[in-house]
Design a protein around this ligand. Structure first.
Ligand code: UD1
Ligand code: CA
Length: 455
């Protein structure tokens, strides 16, 4: 029995989360609980996976690769009943690995080790366990003469049993034929009136077959998420794991306790990350970058040698040598070229900015294409919206846009041109042209003495 197939239980509602969303769809460290479990299973080498779905089954199914099989549990009658829905998937001659969809911290290594232990021990079922300081809520591992005899759920446990600190992780390896046989024998005779998967242990033991446990040293590996409190605890564990691994790979974290990075993010060596930084989704950060305090970067691609301070960047690409912030907001679909400077209180949206251009302060660039070596003066605004439609602004290479210029789109400022401060540009500016579009100044000498406030 060398191959193993996996069943993941993900039909439950997750009542204790007090959420409108099925529990396994909640995210931690950038992935849903269920995606974490699936990725660990795949990482362990099992590629035949079935997921039991029920509550919000369509939403859960959407998350799954088409090569993952699903079985619907219409009535949520317990974990044993859940596995029964996948009967036709359970080969007699395979080892069946079962996991809960709400325990995202189990690593591929741990899954590999229970599979190995199962094969080496000759057990009919092997249960992954851990010793917890506070075992409340978990099924307790009942042993006699140091041998597993059964699992008792919290709700059914006697006061003495509740003192036991070794708990069931919800990860098991079963021999397929024996799993099927024992599932047929479980009855909902307990305080929850549910068909407990955990009851199979005693049934298998009573058949005279060998049952055993594998205890993991690191209790974090089995942490399940049933409540918002446990969600925060799991996030903390992920944070430690992710941040340690980044530091191992050469990234400096000034304060790893206050740096929040999804497990999906990549960061290059010699990048320095300051406290309060949040890096999310598919973000990739190059090497030798400085990511200043409180920066929030989502699904963005940041090249090498980029400096970002106190800024928010979403779904954008930033080329090497760019300097961003403090207090810049780069909204989705921006391309920021090499060595571009985006300064303080600048908002950029759906725009491309070519290399060496400077957009230093208090500027709105929306729906614009800006060439190389331009300088946008303080207060420049791309007037891109007329209340109904949006239009683009084009500024070609080597332009100088004076302070407080309104660029009323659609409009183009051609190569090498200059707009005077305070201009409202409504017509295209030809190449190498100085455009001035503001009322002429009139000086009325002595007039101040006639003003109302003077009398
Ligand atoms: C379960 C175990 C418990 C173990 C703990 C580890 C049982 C009876 N108890 O308890 O021994 O210590 O996990 O975290 O198995 N699910 C279904 N269909 C159902 C019920 C549940 O698919 O009808 C799924 C849930 O979506 C969840 C998983 O099974 O992903 C576990 O269910 P949950 O209700 O969280 O079980 P626990 O009470 O935590
Ligand atoms: Ca649970």
């Amino acid at each position: 029995m060398e191959n193993f197939k996996t069943v993941i239980l993900a039909a439950g509602a997750g009542t204790r989360m007090k959420s409108n969303k099925a529990k396994v769809l909640h995210k931690v460290a950038g992935k849903t609980f269920l995606e974490h479990v699936i990725d660990s299973v795949k990482g362990s080498g099992s590629d035949e996976i079935a997921v039991i779905i029920g509550h919000q089954k369509d939403e859960v199914k959407k998350l799954l690769n088409p090569n993952i099989r699903t079985f619907v549990q219409d009535e949520l009658l317990g974990t044993g009943h859940a596995v029964l829905q996948a009967q036709e998937f359970l080969d007699d001659n395979s080892v069946i690995l079962i996991l809960n969809g709400d325990a995202p911290l189990t690593s591929p290594e741990t899954i590999k080790s229970i599979f190995q232990e199962h094969l080496n021990s000759g057990n009919a079922v092997t249960v992954l366990t851990a010793e917890l300081k506070n075992p409340t809520g978990y099924g307790r591992i009942i042993k006699e003469d140091n041998e597993l005899v059964k699992i008792v759920e919290e709700k059914d446990a006697s006061p003495e049993e509740k003192l036991i600190q070794e708990v069931n992780s919800g990860v098991y390896c079963f021999n397929g034929d024996i799993l099927k046989k024992s599932l047929k024998k479980i009855k909902p005779e307990n305080n929850s009136k549910e068909y407990y998967l955990t009851d199979t242990i005693k049934i298998i033991k009573d058949l005279g077959l060998k049952v055993g446990t594998l205890k993991v040293d690191d209790a974090d590996e089995i942490a399940a998420i049933n409540s918002r409190k446990q969600l925060a605890e799991a996030a903390e564990i992920f944070k430690k794991r992710i941040n340690l691994s980044l530091m191992d790979s050469g990234v400096t974290l000034i304060d790893p306790n206050n740096t929040y990075i999804d497990c999906t993010v990549q960061v290059g060596a010699d990048t320095v990350i300051y406290p309060g930084v949040i890096l999310e989704g598919s973000t990739i950060i190059g090497s030798d970058c400085q990511i200043g305090a409180n920066s929030h970067i989502i699904d963005s691609d940041i090249a090498d040698n980029v400096e970002i301070d106190n800024s928010t960047i979403k779904q954008s690409k930033i080329e090497s040598g760019a300097v961003i912030g403090p207090y810049a907001y780069i909204r989705p679909d921006c391309y920021i070229g090499k060595k571009v400077k985006i300064g303080d209180f600048v908002e950029i949206k759906n725009s491309t900015i070519q290399q060496n251009t400077k957009i230093p302060h208090l500027i709105y660039v929306g729906d614009a294409d800006i060439g190389e070596n331009c300088n946008l003066g303080c207060g420049t605004i791309c007037v891109n919206y007329n209340g109904k439609d949006k239009f683009r602004t084009t500024i070609e290479d080597d332009c100088f846009i004076g302070c407080n210029t309104n660029l009323v789109a659609p409009v183009t400022v051609k190569k090498g041109s200059f707009t005077a401060a305070g201009s409202t540009i409504t017509e295209d500016v030809p190449e190498e042209t100085f455009a001035i579009a503001r009322a002429k100044q009139v000086n009325k000498e002595g007039y101040v003495n006639k003003l109302a406030y003077k009398n």
